[in-house]
Design a protein around this ligand. Sequence first.
Ligand code: PBG
Length: 305
Amino acid sequence: RETELSPHDLIQPIFIAERDDDAREIPSMPGVRRFAVGDLAGEAEQISARRIPAVLLFGIPAKKDAAGSGAWADDGVIPRAIRRIKQARGDLVVIADVCLCEYTDHGHCGVIKEESVDNDSTLPLLARTAVAYAAAGADLVAPSAMMDGMVGAIRQALDDAGREGVGILSYAVKYASSFYGPFREAAACAPKFGDRRTHQMDPANAREALAEAEQDLREGADLLMVKPGMPYLDVIAVLRRRFPQAPLAAYQVSGEYSMIKAASERGWLDERQAVMESLTAIKRAGADLIITYFAKDAAEYLRRA
Ligand code: PBG
């Protein structure tokens, strides 16, 4: 067997609600829930017990505004979540997603000017958010806004704040994908108008992925990511070959999760086999790390195998 999956390859995403009332199941993602900050110690314990080394955090704030100021508030949902997880399990690697779409009332990933996202005025806000998460104890920040120059702006801001040790996992190659549908319900971040095609990549493009990855490495990305996973295995394979020096992550996104769940619930797929096959395929294509909502399940399957 050429490819072996291990719990060490996996990263578990976690949704955290600032308001306890919002901490509930996500209907479009059966088996996934939003946690209250107070429930995170137990969850961190369970994830660690399964030998999964890292988590990726997404926040659902109590209030949204035009700028997305909840993203960088020192006592916002993500800084509080980071501190709680680190208190419970100091050895769990905490990665904080950096984007504004969960925090803006219009649901876009940055500042809106003339009905579209303004790249350059968004950069300082992303940088400020990354610094707030680093100050709370994040090991890595993961910018997902797909703004040009975001990795450089964040690296500079982290260094200026004395956070040289905090790394950047860049969503370097992020497609404008329909497979994010369930996530937008989970994180309440669907855009109120328009879409994200001005800044996320066209699913028809593969060469552009090389340019995106190259630029992010030049700006200081420590790890690269391709997202979604299974529809883009060719892109994962190309990045693996072209950037052998860079650790490569792939994100098996919400729609990939929900498809397997929905078909399994109907008895049309064997859930365990479909999960393990999809994760093995992503690793075989060249991913070192896989962000997946199935992380805990997969780790359990591996333990029992
Ligand atoms: C944006 C973000 C999205 C996802 C991760 N970060 C949604 C989007 O770009 O619209 C999607 C993840 C998933 O579908 O599981 N902050």
